[in-house]
Design a protein around this ligand. Structure first.
Ligand code: FRU
Length: 482
């Protein structure tokens, strides 16, 4: 092991010991410490690499570096040295923004957006290369000569790169003028340095963004595009902080035409990107926005504990028979399951007021729940987690039959379709997966020590619960590999 890797691991162990003092610290999510946003993913010879936007100098956004970690089992993460650092007096002196990692003939390359002059926010695109994914050399040709076409707005960042025939293709996120919506620019190259503008890969509309989410910022642009084939279709992911949206459609002749559009998560699951592993799985990660409701306050609660932002659990994507995006947690997470309990045939009956049924015999702040509700007429029903015994504190994960939303995530249940929830409770971080096609991420910071209970709830009718499985979840520790 080289000394830079040893140092990164030693530094991380010290940081982890400090962060894990907090009772809100998640134990089976990877938390790099200080600030994280935008993961960038790369699969190589059995290892899942995650690079990410990182400020090593504090738990707030600023001086964007590329942090790095990797895993063999999708569960345990090994911290690695910082991959990219801004170079003083250069085109990236104010930040190495998001981009992509690729391999060609045994050499690895990063294409990223270089930022100079915080005031003017000058965006250019740059290249760095490596023989081992650890040591990166920036190209002397930086910033690369790439056309930002005229007649568009200022956003021009976050390259996504793939091979098509003999060409490298690169998508860059942008915006139309007068806040009319996002656009993705397409470029091609033979050598990764000289790029030719090929036109728009696709354009979006600000109305589309607003129709899906009232909480999305940046309806006018497309950040962090990720573009890939999946199950006979093509998928485009774009980010509108704090959410990522998906579009499933057709790609032909360098044009992408969307057929369906949706959100990857109703909560602060942001900047999702994907990789393809050797089992042919398309796996996505996003970062979980620190207290995303207070975007401009940078996550004050987390900051107090030495971190802001968390890497999400890995989510396997598919295109469903109806053409929408399917999203499931990866199987590997089952390896973290510990003690198990099973419940069946429960029911909660409620009228005007909410009724809750506390599950006796289950407590914990690191749990996985698998719940199947029977189709029912209750107005709202679901599960409450991190509850205190008398419900002074609760976090409700409710499905609203009228609006057909699971918290803020749209979920249209078909006639007679049961709601099936898989809920990961990891201290302050909660990730919910529903019916293979909707997700909701939540953060919670209960004050009471007894906020360790689980309850089922209903309002305006009765709900029956066919089955409920609970597992205690193990922590992933500091640097262990599976
Ligand atoms: C999206 C984003 C990207 C940019 C990066 C900077 O979250 O704004 O467009 O590259 O964050 O950290």
């Amino acid at each position: 092991m080289t000394s830079s890797i040893q140092k990164a691991q030693k530094d991380y162990s010290a940081k982890w010991r400090e962060m894990s003092q907090s009772r809100h610290f998640p134990i089976f999510h990877y938390v790099p410490g200080n600030w994280i946003n935008d993961p960038k993913l790369f699969y190589w010879q059995g290892e899942y690499h995650i690079f990410f936007q990182h400020n090593p100098n504090g738990s707030f956004w600023g001086t964007m570096h590329w942090g790095h970690t990797k895993s063999r089992d999708l569960v345990h993460w090994e911290p690695l040295p910082i991959a990219l650092t801004p170079t003083p007096n250069s085109c990236d002196e104010d930040g190495c923004f998001t981009g992509d990692v690729i391999e060609e003939n045994g050499r690895f390359h990063i294409l990223y957006t270089s930022i100079k002059d915080k005031g003017e926010f000058i965006q250019t695109q740059s290249l760095a290369s490596s023989h081992d994914l650890i040591h990166w050399d920036k190209s002397k040709a930086n910033p690369l000569t790439i056309e930002h076409p005229e007649g568009y707005g200022g956003c021009w960042r976050d390259p996504c790169v793939w091979k098509e025939g003999d060409d490298w293709l690169m998508a860059i996120g942008g915006e139309k003028i007068e806040e009319q919506g996002g656009v993705v620019f397409l470029y091609s190259s033979q050598d990764l340095t000289n790029w030719r503008y090929r036109g728009e890969l696709c354009e979006g509309s600000a109305e589309d963004v607003k129709a899906i989410s009232e909480t999305a910022l940046g309806a006018k642009w497309y950040e962090c595009p990720d573009f890939f084939p999946l199950d006979g279709k093509h998928v485009l992911l774009t980010t509108h902080a704090p959410h990522t949206f998906w579009q499933v459609g057709k790609y032909d002749n360098h044009q992408f035409v969307k057929e369906q559009l949706g959100t990857m998560d109703g909560g602060g699951f942001c900047s999702a990107k994907t990789l393809l592993d050797d089992q042919g799985r398309r796996i996505a990660w996003g970062f979980i926005w620190p207290e995303w409701g207070f975007i401009f306050e940078q996550g004050l609660k987390q900051e107090e504990y030495g971190f802001s932002g968390v890497l999400s659990l890995p989510r396997k994507l598919s295109v469903l028979p109806d053409g929408a995006l399917g999203i499931e947690p990866v199987e590997e997470l089952k390896s973290l399951r510990g003690e198990h309990k099973h419940f069946q045939n429960l029911s909660v009956d409620a009228q005007e007021n909410i009724e809750r049924l506390l599950l006796e015999g289950i407590t914990g702040d690191a749990l996985e729940l698998l719940i199947e509700f029977e189709p029912c007429g209750a107005e709202v029903f679901g599960v409450s987690v991190r509850c205190s015994r008398e419900f002074e504190e609760v976090l409700d994960i409710g499905f609203d039959s009228q609006t057909q939303k699971l918290v803020d995530a749209p979920l249209k249940l078909n006639a007679g379709e049961a709601l099936k929830l898989r809920v990961y409770v990891d201290h302050s971080v909660i990730e919910v997966f529903a019916n293979g096609r909707a997700c909701q991420t939540l953060l919670t910071y209960p004050e009471r020590e007894d906020a360790q209970h689980i309850a089922l709830f209903a309002k305006g009718g009765q709900v029956k619960i066919k089955s409920l499985e609970v597992w205690e979840m193990k922590g992933i520790g500091v640097t262990k590999q599976g």
